[in-house]
Design a protein around this ligand. Structure first.
Ligand SMILES: Nc1nc2c(ncn2[C@@H]2O[C@H](COP(=O)(O)OP(=O)(O)O)[C@@H](O)[C@H]2O)c(=O)[nH]1
Ligand SMILES: [Mg+2]
Length: 346
């Protein structure tokens, strides 16, 4: 999964990026996109790996991109280049500045920045759609496509993001090339000062999130940066002191998985124990395709063993003998924690 950190210059994107990835790229305005990969912790993978002692253990991964915002004197919006880079991401994570930054002559205004970003994305999508509809007047365009674009236009003009349109309203498989920003899942990170690290999201933002189908999270990048330099034992005490039960990365991953409605299935063996993130509601055949396209193409059936059952019996054969092993067809809805073995033939 690719998550792009975006936001206005000085909002703390690079600091948040360093916190989440454990990297240490230089702080400073502008610059290039940074990439960092994080393993998604999963105690079930740890347990399976301990049992199989595989050559390789593979966790789900998140690739974070730190995308610099524009920093011209007046214009504090995102450059065309930044917008293009955002289009390559699976999730947009907007970092809002809610701490005083002496390098900027403006007070923190997270609510204003939030609305500015939301509006900017609406306009960027609207521009793409209007251009396409203009072109449709000259060239032939499938009438169904025209009506889809008219619907999207009306949605944006009503200040609703495209992601608010339900799956049946829009055939998104035909729209992938457009990279609509408001159709991407949106996560909002409120980057607070040390003193306010545990304050909840301001009401003005919290109230807006449901209608935007977005998720929110509060953290203090500078607090997290401090924690990162401590011994693990001290980290826990420090988090407890602040009234935070978990580190930012743990909370971040949970929020992202919840927003996207992601679950994991597992493959196990002495070669590799691995977690595969999928959308809830994915069918066995598509899940097989995550592993390899041959497995999707030549899919015959899936042997399914829920993780919980496997851990009770401690072996596939014992769980099977006890009747917990299921054989499922291509339309089986994969459940969180399913250990899958795909039978296929190509
Ligand atoms: N007090 C405080 N300062 C922060 C926090 N996050 C970032 N900063 C500072 O704000 C400035 C801009 O941060 P940076 O990560 O470079 O922002 P970017 O331009 O969005 O990448 C730096 O001086 C950071 O040290 C925070 O949570 N609290
Ligand atoms: Mg930066």
């Amino acid at each position: 999964m690719r998550i792009g950190l975006v936001g206005f210059a000085g909002s703390g994107k690079t600091t948040v990026f360093n916190t989440l990835t454990g990297l240490n790229v230089p702080i400073g305005f502008g610059g290039e996109v940074h990439l960092g990969t994080v393993k998604v912790p999963d105690a079930r993978i740890d347990a399976l790996s301990a049992m199989f002692s595989p050559k390789k253990t593979t966790f789900a991964e998140i690739v974070f991109s730190d995308i610099p915002g524009e920093h011209g004197a007046e214009h504090k919006g995102l450059s065309g280049k930044a917008l293009q880079q955002i289009r390559d991401q699976d999730v947009i994570c907007l970092v809002l500045r809610a701490f005083p930054n002496p390098a900027l002559d403006k007070d923190a205004n997270p609510e204003g920045d939030f609305e500015a970003f939301v509006t900017e994305c609406l306009f960027a999508d609207l521009t793409v759609i209007e251009r396409r509809l203009d072109r449709a007047k000259k060239e032939k365009m499938d009438p169904l496509e025209v009506s889809a674009f008219e619907l999207m236009k009306a949605t944006l003009e009503a200040e609703q993001p495209l992601r608010s349109l339900p799956p049946l309203a829009l055939d998104r498989s035909k729209l992938t090339g457009y990279g609509f920003l408001t159709d991407r899942p949106l996560m909002v990170v409120m980057n607070r000062s040390e003193q306010e690290a545990t304050e909840p999201l301001p009401k003005a933002i919290a109230d807006r999130l449901p209608a935007l189908h977005a998720a929110g999270l509060v953290l203090s990048a500078s607090v997290e940066a401090e924690i990162a330099t401590m011994e693990p034992a001290d980290q826990k005490a420090f988090l407890d002191d602040l009234g935070l039960s978990e580190s930012a990365i743990t909370r971040f991953i949970r929020t992202a998985y919840g927003l996207l409605d992601l679950i994991s299935f597992f493959t196990v063996g002495t070669d590799e124990v691995r977690a595969w993130p999928i959308l809830r509601g994915t069918k066995a055949r598509q899940a097989a395709g995550k592993i390899h396209s041959d497995l999707e193409r030549g899919f015959i059936r899936a042997d399914v063993l829920p993780y919980e059952q496997f851990m009770i019996y401690k072996s596939e054969s014992a769980a099977r003998d006890a009747g917990h092993h299921k054989v499922e067809g291509k339309d089986y809805l994969v459940a969180d924690g399913d250990i899958l073995n795909i039978r296929f033939n190509v």
